[in-house]
Design a protein around this ligand. Structure first.
Ligand SMILES: *[C@@H]1O[C@H](CO)[C@@H](O)[C@H](O)[C@H]1NC(C)=O
Length: 175
């Protein structure tokens, strides 16, 4: 008899918990809050920025620094320099000038890698969407790091000297 009551209680609690989970999920969908909103809120100073359905959890570093320093600062916030590997993500970046992003050809001259190690195909439409015409040009062998709107009349990405100092954008990716 005792066991029986115990089992009933257990089943009762379990279905209660399941129901709550379901309700939470429904509320989230109704208000179109996605996991990134919830998770990003837990990271102080990071904010969700959106373009259409695309969302990114970003931190805007206002302490101007070199590319390597920016990498370290993002790492210490458990993040990487931000990755703008779609046209939609680039629209999120577009208004922000003088910022380092997570793209460089430090490891292999001429091979541009995002901060997650993936390669930007220089033959792709994306390259022409995000880079200033004629860029990246790897001028002087030391233009290895990529910055948004960092040159006086440029309004897109270009590759420049990693030792120059700019603001930077860190990104948290949730899997
Ligand atoms: C980074 O992650 C570690 C391990 O999870 C945690 O202890 C630390 O508080 C985090 N730091 C920041 C700035 O979020």
């Amino acid at each position: 008899m005792k066991t029986c009551i115990f089992v009933f209680l257990l089943i009762g609690f379990k279905s209660l918990a399941l129901n709550q989970g379901r309700q939470e999920k429904e509320t989230l969908t109704k208000r179109s809050i996605s996991p990134i909103d919830v998770l990003c809120k837990r990271s102080p100073d990071f904010k969700v920025l959106t373009y259409g359905k695309t969302k990114m959890c970003l931190y805007y570093g206002q302490d101007i620094c070199t590319y390597a320093e920016a990498q370290g600062k993002c790492r210490s916030r458990n993040s990487t320099l931000a990755i703008f590997n779609t046209a939609e993500k680039f629209r999120i970046l577009y208004p922000m000038d003088m910022v380092w992003i997570g793209l460089d050809d430090i490891a292999n001259e001429g091979t541009y890698r995002w901060a997650d190690g993936s390669i930007l195909d220089l033959q792709s439409n994306l390259r022409y969407t995000i880079f200033q015409a004629g860029e990246p040009n790897a001028a002087f062998d030391f233009e290895d790091c990529v910055c948004n709107r960092c040159y006086y009349d440029y309004d897109k990405l270009y590759d420049t000297n990693c030792a120059e100092t700019y603001n930077y954008l860190c990104e948290k990716v949730f899997r």
